[in-house]
Write a protein that binds this ligand. Structure first.
Ligand SMILES: NC(=O)c1ccc[n+]([C@@H]2O[C@H](COP(=O)([O-])OP(=O)(O)OC[C@H]3O[C@@H](n4cnc5c(N)ncnc54)[C@H](OP(=O)(O)O)[C@@H]3O)[C@@H](O)[C@H]2O)c1
Length: 310
């Protein structure tokens, strides 16, 4: 092992088999960190996940058996690591208090990156159901701070793979690019941010040993990735060689839609989109360097194979 690799923190990824977690495991190994992934028995029994786990092992990552609900093995896994990155899913956000409890027992963690990976939850303006999930993430921040746990909150903004296939139309997620019409919430001019998952993982991994991000929020807002919904649609129209009819829904109608008619998961998607596309919550503030670090200079430039989007 090269001397510089010996200086790199040992990284434990919890939620490493998930959508963003698998990219974080790959980036952590690629950037030279000794990397372990907390694995549940159910993942071993799932053929698709077993294939992913084989890929992890072949790349050099270690698999450690455990679960958020298995305190003993969680402590054991955390004791191995210097840095814990949680990428657990939306349903497990509250249960991350179990990671905090285990870290307190283990007593060795130099940095915790809780599962955030979205907008800055202290700066969002939306309604339920998403307002409640953001509140849970914000409460977890307060607990981390109260416990004095060294941390970095990763605000990567929108996952490219979530928003870009439907050209930002959250009413059509999973349906591919619209053929002729596209739904635009509000006037479509608020600036949003979309980042490719590999880049999110690379920025996140670069942050773990970076003193500039200790006890700060890491924002991912590379200028090329900041785009309004209207601009995104125009980019697509140019690529596809056809014009889409833009159906604008005013903010008050978006609110009524969420409240009265939208069912899961549309209610969640609309309440996220209200914040991002109508109220501009990902870009309507400046970064205060005392509390935050913006990953537009420095961090990205030396990441091999960095991809930018859209
Ligand atoms: N910015 C965006 O556009 C965007 C989009 C989606 C999500 N997010 C955020 O990104 C974060 C990660 O979400 P995701 O969608 O990537 O997650 P995901 O795909 O749902 O993956 C969840 C992960 O958590 C693990 N897990 C579940 N229960 C567990 C338990 N009891 N103990 C240990 N591990 C457990 C799963 O492991 P198994 O394989 O064993 O089930 C899996 O690895 C969340 O904070 C979410 O809110 C952001």
């Amino acid at each position: 092992m090269a001397a510089e690799d010996e200086m790199k923190s040992r990284v434990l990824v919890i939620g490493g088999t998930g959508h963003i977690g698998k990219h974080i495991v790959a980036a952590s190994v690629r950037l030279g960190h000794s990397t372990a992934v907390l694995i549940r028995d159910s993942a071993l029994a799932d053929p698709a996940k077993a294939q992913l786990l084989k890929k992890f092992v072949d790349s050099g990552a270690a698999l450690l058996k455990g679960d958020l609900f298995d305190h003993k093995n969680l402590v054991k896994a955390i004791k191995w690591a210097d840095v814990v990155i949680s990428a657990v899913g939306p349903r497990q956000i509250t249960e991350q208090t179990r990671i905090i409890a285990a870290m307190k027992v283990a007593g060795n963690v130099k940095r915790f990156l809780p599962s955030e990976f979205g907008s800055d939850v202290d700066r969002v303006h939306t309604v339920d159901p998403m307002a409640s999930l953001y509140a849970v993430k914000a409460n977890l921040r307060r607990l981390i701070e109260a416990e004095g746990i060294p941390h970095t909150y990763v605000c990567c903004n929108g996952f490219a793979e979530t928003y870009l296939p439907s050209i930002g139309d959250v009413t059509a997620i999973g349906a591919g690019p619209p053929e002729s019409k596209i739904t635009v919430l509000g006037d479509g001019n608020a600036k949003a941010v979309f980042v490719v998952e590999e880049d999110i993982a690379a920025y996140t991994t670069r942050a773990v040993d970076d003193a500039r991000t200790l006890n700060k929020i890491l924002y991912m807002r590379p200028p090329a990735n900041v785009v309004s919904h209207n601009e995104l649609i125009s980019m697509w129209e140019k690529k596809a060689g056809r014009i889409l009819q833009r159906v604008h829904i005013p903010e008050e109608d978006v609110l009524k839609w969420i409240k009265a008619e939208a069912v899961f998961p549309l209610d969640i998607l609309l309440s996220i989109a209200l914040s991002i596309f109508v109220r501009g919550d990902q870009t309507n503030f400046n970064v205060d360097p005392d509390q935050m670090h913006e990953a537009k200079n420095g961090l990205s430039t030396d990441v091999p194979g960095l991809v930018t989007s859209p």
